[in-house]
Design a protein around this ligand. Structure first.
Ligand SMILES: Nc1nc2c(c(=O)[nH]1)N[C@H]1C(S)=C(S)[C@@H](COP(=O)(O)OP(=O)(O)OC[C@H]3O[C@@H](n4cnc5c(=O)[nH]c(N)nc54)[C@H](O)[C@@H]3O)O[C@H]1N2
Ligand SMILES: Nc1nc2c(c(=O)[nH]1)N[C@H]1C(S)=C(S)[C@@H](COP(=O)(O)OP(=O)(O)OC[C@H]3O[C@@H](n4cnc5c(=O)[nH]c(N)nc54)[C@H](O)[C@@H]3O)O[C@H]1N2
Ligand code: SF4
Ligand SMILES: [Mo]
Length: 756
């Protein structure tokens, strides 16, 4: 049988979701054997890095879940049918809700790097259960930035790296982590153009730093000092854009007074970057026609992270780099997930909820307590919090303490292993899927990937994996959310075409709050069947398109999806369904980037953050027992969170080595590839050492996504180390609760294996 046909889909290993084409092969035709970038994809345009070539390790994985599982009293799992699984899960969650209230049912996840439809469908289940609290990995990284953006600008922004004269990466290594479309091409273009300047702020001489014109090699965890010195230099050398600020911003004088008084030399000394280099960099930024900057985990998972997000924004706002080509824009999209604090707090710890998300580091505390508002049940979907959240041991204890844990995943993860019920999901190649992480400008895209693969033999059995859309539809039915009679008029209308369906949906569903809450699964049940079979999980997009065009029709209209919102939404939806390689869903213009604070002006003064700034402790405070700073979770060539579990997918760095400077290794009597014991306040592991002069002395780095339970990976020096065996819940930002994974005090010793 020939499988030579190239099938369009997307890579699922990072948030770029590059369009790729895949050839299927192998005995059953279910292996992903050949790959190439898809030139038709509107954003990636044929680009792909080295990782998608190994995607078969995701699809055909020995940890694959093939049927629903229920925990037995003896702790082991037994396979059950879907009917029993759905009925029992619905019963247990209903009983939790009726006894303790829906807010005791916590939802975590909803999508990884490329699969965001589960989160959309889960809304229906959550609404029926009254489950109000939720979180996801975004609350480990972006919520501090969202908080600051919301308060200063009222909008979330991204940088225009394709057109900027000066581009800066702050705690970000896009050579490996991407997040900028066609990252390596964009980086090389920026680097080789003599008229443009690339700046990297990173303690390590990363692959990106190697390309940069300016590398500000900060001491780990000292970005707050560096950025303060940069902001102060702007005032000291009269480099602020006074005209821009007078027209657009409030609070310039207060900021001038605060930073004008600060000693640039002192702050530079504290972060370890020569003052003259800092000043020269600031001049380059201030004199450029345009400056775009991107902050990521190096600062967002570090000390003072929310303060750093604020100082970072001051740097580019004070130089007028907002809302014009090459600077920062407000992306449009189908879904809005970046917002600020909503005044609500988590029920036990009373941590502020930002962007609707409970801070990840308080989840365990909100379970392991006798507080009557504690979470009693949890649904985890497309996420692996037992591995990815701080303090793995404590997180596992919390998950095990729940009355009910339901996990929806494709693989037997560390989290699934603790569940009461495990519901097996179809992989991202066995159903239609999409990402909501689309931030391109001016042309933004949407890509509904079609199913390219029949589920394998086991999966085709009645008890085999199901798409999340189907799982949530069944759960809602079992929860008594709707019945066939409710759906009948919609089934009728669906046969008559999209306009008739849209009208019936508005009339029968959106007018009734209980049904409106379940819109996602009702769309799947009634519109799904008339969509192409390999795209039916895309049904929810009609609802999302409607909401998006109602919010702001202009960018959609510019891309040809015009008319009143229902009409525009139907045009857009049809185009998405019709194109297996992605469509331009909207066209932005720079005028769309409007500040949306209460008075429409940029708010430079955030008093609480200025107070934190004033209280920065200038003394270096190393605990002598833990003289190193460990970055626990660095992106490397073959890491992809825990999406691929088999360590042999990695072509390099099989063990996930601990990187350290040769001088540190020598002082400790360690050599390249020797084993070392790495100890933090939380845990102690054995790791293999890699000597690298890209590191600073005193700084250590471990990769992310390693140490997943895989047959043969019990020896930690083989499958790598799970970084969160080493991190603590209390190491978190005071404003956003984001973890300090990049700043873990640590100690290293030579490892002497016990003799037999
Ligand atoms: N290959 C690969 N790509 C990925 C992923 C993956 O697993 N593998 N994951 C994806 C995901 S989920 C995300 S969120 C992104 C994250 O993308 P990045 O944020 O780029 O990823 P990291 O490598 O974790 O951290 C970036 C840099 O922070 C630096 N750093 C450490 N400490 C400090 C410090 O004190 N100050 C500064 N300024 N920098 C510091 C590190 O040296 C590192 O180079 O990557 C995405 N892309
Ligand atoms: N110490 C430390 N911890 C970190 C980080 C760090 O740098 N250091 N990085 C953090 C960051 S930025 C992130 S984004 C998180 C990531 O951590 P998580 O959000 O927990 O998610 P992933 O590791 O990406 O795992 C995705 C899960 O989805 C499953 N999956 C894949 N496809 C499907 C599907 O189609 N359906 C379903 N239902 N499941 C599917 C996979 O099997 C896997 O279990 O980790 C965070 N944790
Ligand atoms: S950049 Fe990301 S999405 Fe694109 S091919 Fe590489 S890992 Fe996949
Ligand atoms: Mo992430």
């Amino acid at each position: 049988m020939s499988h030579a046909e190239w099938k369009p889909t997307a890579c699922i290993l990072c948030e770029c979701n590059c369009g790729i084409e895949v050839q299927l092969g192998g005995d059953s035709g279910s292996r992903l054997i050949r790959f190439r970038g898809d030139k038709r994809h509107p954003t990636s345009q044929g680009y792909a890095c080295e990782k998608p070539h190994r995607l078969d390790f995701y699809q055909n994985n020995p940890h694959r879940l093939t049927q629903p599982l229920r925990r037995k009293p003896d702790g082991s799992f037994e396979a059950i049918s879907w009917d029993i699984a759905i009925r029992e899960v619905a019963e247990r969650l209903t009983s939790t809700r009726d006894t303790w209230g829906g807010s005791s049912i916590f939802y975590y996840g909803g999508g990884g790097q490329g699969n965001h439809l589960p989160g959309a469908y889960a809304t229906a289940t959550r609404r029926l259960l009254g489950s109000t609290f939720k979180s996801s990995a975004l609350a480990q990284e972006k919520t501090g930035e969202f908080l600051v953006s919301d308060r200063m600008l009222g909008i979330h922004t991204r940088g225009d790296f394709e057109h900027c004269e000066v581009g800066m990466f702050l705690g970000k290594n896009p050579w490996h982590s991407h997040a900028v479309p066609r990252a390596r091409v964009t980086l090389k273009e920026l680097a080789k153009d003599p008229a443009r300047t690339m700046i990297v702020v990173d303690p390590r001489r990363t692959e990106t730093a190697d390309l940069a014109d300016i590398h500000l090699q900060v001491k780990p965890g000292t970005d707050a000092w560096l950025l303060s010195a940069m902001v102060a230099t702007l005032f000291d050398e009269s480099l602020v854009d006074e005209a821009f600020l007078a027209e657009r911003a409030d609070g310039v004088d207060a900021i001038r007074a605060h930073f004008g008084a600060l000693s640039v030399a002192e702050y530079c000394a504290r972060c370890g970057v020569p003052e003259e280099l800092v000043r020269e960099t600031v001049r380059v930024i201030a004199r450029a026609a345009s400056f775009a900057s991107f902050e990521d985990l190096g600062v967002q998972m570090n000390r003072h992270s929310t303060l750093v997000s604020y100082l970072h924004r001051l740097l580019w706002v004070l130089t007028g780099n907002l809302g014009k080509p090459g600077t920062h824009f407000a992306p449009m999209g189908l879904v809005e997930f970046a917002s600020g604090a909503n005044g609500k707090h988590s029920p036990v710890v009373e941590a502020p909820i930002i962007s609707g998300l409970v801070p990840c580091n308080v989840i365990a505390e909100e379970i392991l307590t006798d507080h009557d508002k504690r979470y009693r049940a949890m649904i985890v979907e497309a996420s692996n919090p037992a591995h990815s959240l701080a303090d793995g041991p404590r997180m596992r204890e919390a998950l095990a303490a729940l009355d009910t844990l339901v996990v929806i995943d494709v693989a037997m993860t560390e989290t699934a292993a603790l569940a009461d019920y495990v519901l097996p999901a179809s992989t991202q190649f066995e159903k239609a899927e999409a990402t909501f992480f689309n931030f391109e400008f001016p042309n933004n895209y949407f890509h509904l990937r079609r199913r390219i693969l029949e589920a394998g033999a086991a999966a085709q059995a009645p008890s085999g994996p199901l798409p999340e859309a189907e799982i949530h539809a069944r759960l809602c039915e079992a929860l008594g959310g709707f019945d066939e009679d409710t759906l009948a008029p919609l089934h009728q209308a669906a046969k008559l075409g999209l306009p008739a369906y849209g009208a019936a949906f508005m009339q029968h569903v959106m007018g009734q709050p209980r049904l409106a809450g379940q819109a996602a699964v009702i769309l799947y049940r009634t519109l799904g069947p008339v969509l192409p079979e390999d795209a039916k999980e895309g049904a929810v997009l009609l609802g999302l398109a409607l909401r998006a065009t109602m919010r702001d029709p202009k960018p959609f209209a510019r891309a040809g999806f015009d008319g009143p919102p229902p009409v525009a939404a139907m045009k857009l939806f049809q185009a998405i369904i019709d194109s297996p390689t992605g469509v331009i869903m909207g066209k932005g213009v720079w005028e769309d980037t409007q500040v949306k604070t209460a008075n429409g002006r940029i708010q430079l003064v955030l008093t609480d953050l200025l107070e934190e700034h004033a209280a920065l402790n200038h003394a270096e405070s190393h605990d002598k027992d833990y003289p190193f700073v460990l970055s626990a979770g660095e992106r490397r060539s073959f890491t992809a969170n825990t999406i691929i579990r088999d360590p042999s997918w990695r072509k390099k760095d099989l063990d996930g080595a601990l990187r350290m400077h040769p001088d540190d290794a020598e002082a400790l009597g360690l050599s390249h590839a020797s084993l070392a014991r790495l100890t933090t306040r939380r845990g102690s592991v054995v790791v293999r050492v890699e000597l690298s002069d890209t590191m600073q002395t005193g700084h250590l780095a471990l990769p992310n996504g390693m140490g997943v339970g895989f047959p043969g990976a019990e020896d930690s020096a083989q499958g790598g180390v799970a970084p969160n065996e080493l991190t603590e819940l209390s190491a978190r930002d005071p404003f956003a609760g984001t973890p300090w994974h990049k700043y873990v005090p640590a100690r290293v010793e030579a490892h002497a294996p016990a003799c037999a």
